[in-house]
Design a protein around this ligand. Structure first.
Ligand SMILES: O=P(O)(O)OC[C@H]1O[C@](O)(CO)[C@@H](O)[C@@H]1O
Length: 508
């Protein structure tokens, strides 16, 4: 279909009259149509998109846009290892890590996972001496996933205590070191490129700390997780402790590869396999379910309705479960680094809004901080709520009952609103939310939740025509910082030069 036809379809979406949520709920079949429970390896997950403004009319237009964008063909390309990341000339093979992809890539991933499992077993068996802690050093996609998974799944017990350090600010590494004993600590250096300034600087300092702590061979305590194994060798890591992964696995999609090493070390190889299996089940649903019943496509359609036709610049995610407190951070990178673009895959300008700004927090904390704006502010902000039926603690069940009551109450209040003669006390209502309700939070559930969001981002990208797998936008700032570090603190704008002078940095 020609670009002109796509423009016509987008225009149809923009000008569609969207009924209120109350009107949409007049249809008794609505709940059954838009709330779907999937039976997944970690237990059922309910995806309730009924309190969004999705309708048959919206889905028809977005379905036509999906056809126009050859979405089904693009999905096939993604899942078969075609070079869908066109600006970098490579495939995006995170699903192959889970067993869905080109045969050779799946086999390679399995072999690398087996190698990782052997090292994990060996460490558990004491080959590297007593190991009580792991300081996992990485940043962005090499840290956010491990941090989320460890925080979500390793609260009760862990075979090894994992501390994830990302920031170049020495306070971060220092805080981790204070909790560890050099004699019983391993360092994981996690970097796809093995060149990232923050990670390599932190890694050097961690080695120094081991040395000062009496470890005779600090490099012998390092495990490297990387797609550039030759660089890790050059840096001094023995090949037996280098866990490689494929170049075709993007940084923010890399938790499934050896970047997930801390998860396997803390929870065991079996849990890591369950994590992959949970994600694989979503890959299969995404691949096989008809578009109309596909929970991933449905979520993306709602996202597109809000950003493209209803003027929403942000979307919010609130985890009503302390164990998922880091999920909004994880999703920020996944969504904003993937789809925060201003050109189409062919380099021509994107003339529509791209990714919404993803933000959020944890319930019920956020209710007492930012929900005022959600209920009564002038912005329309679609909200995702996430909750888990089984609590993650052994305290009085009343905690969990109140937690879940609040979660569901917020969605109901946003939708229903409340009239009042007093404007300050009136709630407009008709504000959308979606709810993801998991039976249980375990490795497989977490895998499914993350894979769901990965594919959701992909669907939006394909309909918009952008490449979600590159991230050139992060390069310019990095290059300037490097120039300043190297003593090139001149030739900037007056404000920047004054800041550099004030801080006493930048000029050699
Ligand atoms: O794993 P690496 O190569 O150290 O990169 C870390 C992160 O940096 C980024 O390239 C952004 O600067 C992310 O995409 C990536 O996850």
């Amino acid at each position: 279909m020609a670009a002109q036809d796509q423009a016509t379809l987008w225009h149809a979406l923009e000008t569609l009259e969207v009924p209120t949520l109350a009107t949409l709920f007049a249809d008794p079949a609505r709940l059954a149509r838009y709330a779907t429970t999937l039976d997944l390896p970690g237990g059922p997950i309910r995806f309730d998109w009924s309190k969004t403004h999705l309708s048959a009319a919206v889905e028809t237009i977005l379905g036509q846009l999906a056809d126009a964008a050859n979405f089904v063909g693009k999905r096939e390309e993604l899942l078969s290892g075609a070079k869908i990341n066109n600006t970098e000339g490579r495939a995006a093979e995170h699903t192959a890590q889970r067993g869905v992809g080109a045969e050779a890539s799946v086999e390679e991933a399995q072999a690398l996972h087996a190698r990782m499992a052997l090292l994990v077993d060996a460490i558990h068996e004491g080959v590297l001496g007593e190991v009580k802690s792991l300081i996992h050093i990485g940043i962005g996609g090499s840290a956010l996933g491990p941090a989320l998974a460890i925080d979500a799944l390793a609260r009760e017990e862990a075979k090894v205590a994992v501390h994830v350090v990302s920031n170049i600010d020495g306070c971060a590494l220092e805080a981790a070191m204070k909790q560890c004993d050099p004699a019983t600590t391993l360092i994981a250096v996690a970097s796809k490129t093995f060149t990232t300034t923050e990670t390599m600087t932190n890694a050097h300092s961690a080695l120094e700390w081991l040395r000062e702590g009496g470890v005779a061979d600090p490099y012998g305590r390092v495990v490297a997780l990387t797609a550039a194994p030759e660089k890790a060798v050059e840096w001094g890591v023995d090949e037996t402790r280098i866990l490689p992964f494929s170049e075709t696995v993007g940084g923010r999609y890399s938790l499934w590869s050896s970047i997930g090493f801390p998860v396997a070390l803390a929870l065991g190889n079996e849990a890591f396999a369950e994590f992959l299996a949970g994600a694989k089940a979503i890959d299969e649903h995404f691949r096989d379910a008809p578009l109309a019943d596909n929970v991933v496509v449905r979520a993306a359609f709602a996202d597109l309705l809000y950003t493209q036709a209803m003027g929403c610049q942000t979307r919010a995610v609130f985890a009503y479960d302390e164990r998922l407190a880091l999920l909004p951070d994880y999703l920020q990178q996944l969504e904003m680094e993937s789809n925060g673009k201003r050109v189409l895959a062919d380099g021509s300008p994107l003339t529509r809004p791209s990714a919404p700004i993803t933000w959020g927090g944890v319930g019920t904390d956020a209710q007492h901080a930012v929900f005022q704006l959600l209920h009564q502010g002038t912005h329309l902000i679609p909200v995702d709520f996430l909750a888990v039926k089984v609590p993650g603690h052994d305290l009085d069940p009343v905690h969990h009952k109140i937690l879940l009551s609040n979660c569901f109450a917020q969605g109901a209040a946003l939708m229903a609103g409340q009239a009042s003669e007093d404007g300050a006390r009136a709630y407009p209502g008709n504000r959308p939310s979606a709810t993801i309700l998991c039976d249980d939070l375990n490795a497989a559930t977490l895998g499914a939740l993350i894979a769901f969001h990965e594919h959701r981002v992909f669907v939006s990208a394909m309909l918009l025509g952008i490449n979600p797998f590159d991230q050139f936008g992060v390069e310019l700032g990095k290059a300037i910082a490097k120039k300043i570090d190297a003593g090139g603190g001149e030739g900037f704008d007056p404000s920047t030069e004054a800041l550099l002078a004030e801080a006493g940095i930048g000029v050699a």
